[in-house]
Write a protein that binds this ligand. Sequence first.
Ligand code: SF4
Length: 122
Amino acid sequence: MTDATESNNVLIYACSGGSNVAEAADQAARQLAEEGIGSMFCMAGVGAAIPSMLGKARKASRTLILDGCPNNCGRRIAETQNLPHIRHVRITELGIEKNKGRATQADIAKVHDAARAALAED
Ligand code: SF4
């Protein structure tokens, strides 16, 4: 683990839709958490402005958003709720087409790698 991706109160938010890109976001986020890159956190709870969740979310050292498609739901929520140090991955920009099927292991790996790269940015 490099300094740039070291877990330091990094909160990871995955797209929670019903499509393949949402599954890829969720699975990649779980891998990142297992690697100690950060902790998964609830996009819906922050979007609903649950006070205790907002308090924790605003104290993150980095906010990693894995959005499935150009609607960028997660980034919109993060910006609306003034979350700090946002790093963003949009999965459809990785050459993965949104559909109603399942995410492949290759898709999940692409999202995982893009997320690590986004966290490594200054
Ligand atoms: S970012 Fe796209 S896929 Fe994800 S929840 Fe929003 S509309 Fe659905």
